[in-house]
Design a protein around this ligand. Structure first.
Ligand code: PRT
Ligand code: MG
Length: 218
């Protein structure tokens, strides 16, 4: 937990930062520096007691769990892959929305292979989500862990399928892949450190209430 008189919020640059700004605004908080223009990793706000720290999207749960930040915003995908525990998740913020899906090359007969009960090689960054999904379907898979550019795996023969996030579908289309199975809808959640919740109860309660009032509707 950060010092008693400061609230530290962990965000990742890009869509999560951008889409969290309106929620912060509803809480009367304005970030006074642009992360795209500054190299700073700690951003001040108009409130002397609130600051934002910029971390990798996958590091947000770690920062909050271990008290490097009191609160954070992280995708459901990131939270499901995060191995830790003890994070309080009071709100689905309905931001940074997309879906987790299975995709294959257009010439790969996914339904046929599943029906036959053959083994499928699946490349993904989302190992837990992929393993659970195929286990629930009773499909045998070899999971190949990647850290990025999943679309390349079916094109090079590394894998038969990928499990990845899809939003517009443009990335799949540009790589001649087709979405064959949605796994789950994804949005970002507010996560809170357990100790902060007790020790900074009032400011955190106010922040949660303000965020809740500003959650975008579908
Ligand atoms: O990019 P970096 O490696 O730094 O980190 P990151 O990818 O973890 O962060 P970021 O900011 O890209 O994503 C943060 C969170 O935004 C994710 O954890 C998701 O919960 C959410 N989100 C929403 C997305 C997307 N939409 C999304 N479209 N995250 C990633 N994508 C990628 C997707 O992986 C694919 O490569 O965008 C591509 C597909 O987009 P379309 O529009 O072409 O379908
Ligand atoms: Mg990204």
């Amino acid at each position: 937990m950060t010092t008693a008189d400061t609230i530290t919020l962990a965000l990742s640059k890009g869509r999560i930062f951008e889409e969290t700004l309106p929620l912060l605004k509803a809480a009367g908080i304005e970030v006074t520096e642009d992360p795209e223009k500054s190299r700073k990793l700690i951003l001040p706000t108009n409130r002397p007691d609130v600051r934002v720290v910029l971390v990798r999207a996958t590091d947000v749960p770690t920062y909050v769990e271990h008290g490097g930040a009191d609160l954070g915003v992280a995708g459901k995908d990131v939270l499901l892959e995060h191995e830790g525990q003890g994070l309080y998740q009071p709100l689905d913020l309905n931001i940074a929305r997309c879906r987790m899906s299975v995709a294959v090359r257009a010439d790969f007969d996914y339904a046929g292979v599943v029906k036959q009960g053959s083994r499928i090689r699946v490349a993904t960054k989302y190992v837990n989500i992929a393993r659970d999904h195929f286990a629930n379907k009773g499909v045998h898979v070899d999971i190949i862990k990647l850290y990025g550019s999943m679309e390349l795996a079916p094109l090079t023969g590394l894998a038969d399928a990928i499990v990845d996030l899809v939003s517009t579908g443009n990335t799949l289309k540009a790589n001649k892949l087709v979405e064959v199975e949605p796994i789950m809808d994804i949005s970002s959640r507010l996560v809170v450190n357990q100790a902060s919740l007790k020790l900074k109860r009032e400011p955190i309660r106010q922040l949660i209430a303000a965020f809740e009032s500003a959650i975008p509707k579908n």
